[in-house]
Design a binder for this molecule. Structure first.
Ligand SMILES: [Zn+2]
Length: 451
């Protein structure tokens, strides 16, 4: 949110208190005591102590790395939280990936604290033996960059040190908003070290994330894409499903398209995350207060409801994409009849069936088809130019979501679901096909492809 208010002397006093308490704690080598932790927003110094403390005390679940530096040379810390003793889920599939950042705007402390207490909830839950947390960390990787703008945070200002609004500096319709909505987007996309580091992390480390939440403070609201346009995003079904679930069961927090819910905004991390990376993304605006450095109510109480929303979004990350399972594939002379179930809450379009030879080459693919979210579709596809071969095998190739940028996946089709209607000229199945398919299914996922 935009700030337009000047600060009172008391804030300066609070800020200097904050700095002196931080330096005391540096020399004592301890992190913020609970009484401060719960009521005092983090400075860069106290955050640095806390994240290092977590990494030192929880090496089994916490990796701490610096993914770059702010314009003034402060480290941009990322916590990678998961059960690192296991690489994959127990069924062999890859863990789900969640990416969270906070503190784009240095004066939006409550948002930064929501990123902090999200990390804290999972780290402490693991230590306390909380069964649900343990299960989530066995199946999920959380990547949390709590404070993206440490220079602005310690100056209690929206901007970074170059007076740039970091949440207008991303390479997605950068500086492209209507002239009646002026911003300070920087000299070009990713001109600032903070946003550049964040985008490199997205592209290099978490390109396959199925959830990205960016924490802010302002009007109490959750915003999904787009900021650039008033139109609903291609994956509106997914966002509306999440909204209904949250509003029916957890919180009354308004959940809206960012352009309509707030105001037109361009070059945001949310629109970049969705439009370029293909993640489902939300801006989480925690509260209508951004002008204080501390809170009378304990943070964990104050952000209780927001944490319930976060827990829901993280626990259900498996559903935030299309999850196609081919239940029947009947191959006939002229058509393929397929029954495809989507267990995920996102629709997909442009899916195809691929048919491979034993060299791993696609020798036939079906026409494109779409499958709606949480749905079962019966498809009829042209198979007239399909020639079956000995030892050929099948997969389904599709995007996790409708948005163009979303990741492609390719998953093998269980042989027991394939029926070839005996007919002249198509082919005769041999026993070796089923052996090969069993081996393929064991390998589970063939791999993914970019388009
Ligand atoms: Zn903000």
């Amino acid at each position: 949110m935009q700030t337009g208010m000047s600060r009172a002397i008391v804030v300066i006093v609070l800020a200097s208190l904050s700095l002196s308490s931080a330096s005391t704690m540096v020399s004592a080598q301890i992190s913020q005591p609970d009484i401060i932790q719960e009521h005092w927003y983090h400075s860069y110094a106290t955050l640095t102590l806390d994240v290092n403390d977590w990494a030192d005390n929880n090496p089994d679940i916490v990796n701490l790395l610096s993914v770059g530096q702010s314009e003034l040379g402060r480290e941009l810390w990322v916590l990678q939280i998961s059960d690192w003793s296991v690489e994959n889920k127990s069924d062999g599939s890859e863990k789900d990936v969640v990416f969270i950042d906070g503190g784009h705007h240095g004066n939006e402390h409550l948002g930064t604290e929501l990123a902090f207490i999200t990390a804290e909830y999972y780290i402490e839950g693991w230590s306390d033996g909380d069964q649900e947390v343990i299960e989530i960390l066995q199946n999920t990787e959380l990547h949390i960059l709590i404070m993206l703008n440490p220079d602005g945070n310690d100056l209690d200002t929206r901007w970074n040190i170059n007076q740039v609004d970091l949440n207008r500096n991303y390479d997605h319709f950068w500086n492209n908003c209507p002239p009646n909505n002026p911003t300070q987007p920087g000299s070009g996309p990713f001109s600032e070290s903070e946003t550049l580091a964040n985008s490199i992390y997205m592209n290099d480390v978490v390109p396959d994330a199925d959830l990205y939440i960016t924490m802010h403070t302002g009007v109490w609201i959750m915003l999904y894409p787009w900021g650039r346009w008033p139109d609903q995003p291609s994956d509106w079904e997914l966002f509306h499903h999440m909204r209904e679930d949250i509003n029916d069961n957890i919180s009354d927090i308004p959940i809206r398209n960012a352009n309509q819910g707030l105001y037109p905004n361009c070059g945001t991390s949310r629109d970049y995350g969705y439009g370029v990376m293909g993640y489902p993304t939300f801006t989480f605006e925690t509260d209508d207060e951004q002008f204080l450095l501390g809170t009378v109510e304990a943070l964990s109480d104050r952000l209780d409801e927001e944490m319930d929303v976060m827990k829901y979004l993280i626990k259900n990350v498996w559903y935030w994409r299309a999850r196609l399972v081919v239940e029947d594939l009947e191959i006939g002379e002229n058509e393929i009849i397929a029954r495809v179930v989507n267990h995920g809450h996102a629709s997909t379009s442009n899916a195809t069936f691929h048919y491979y030879n034993t060299q791993g080459e696609v020798i036939w693919h079906s026409e494109n088809f779409g499958v709606n979210a949480t749905n079962e579709s019966i498809l009829s596809l042209d198979s007239r130019n399909l020639s079956l071969i000995e030892d050929g095998y099948w997969s389904i190739h599709y995007q996790k979501r409708v948005i163009d940028a979303s990741q492609w996946v390719e998953e093998s089709i269980n042989n027991s679901k394939i029926v070839v209607k005996s007919s002249e000229g198509k082919f005769t199945p041999t026993p070796s096909i089923s052996i090969l398919l069993v081996a393929l299914i064991a390998a589970s996922i063939i791999g993914r492809k970019e388009e």
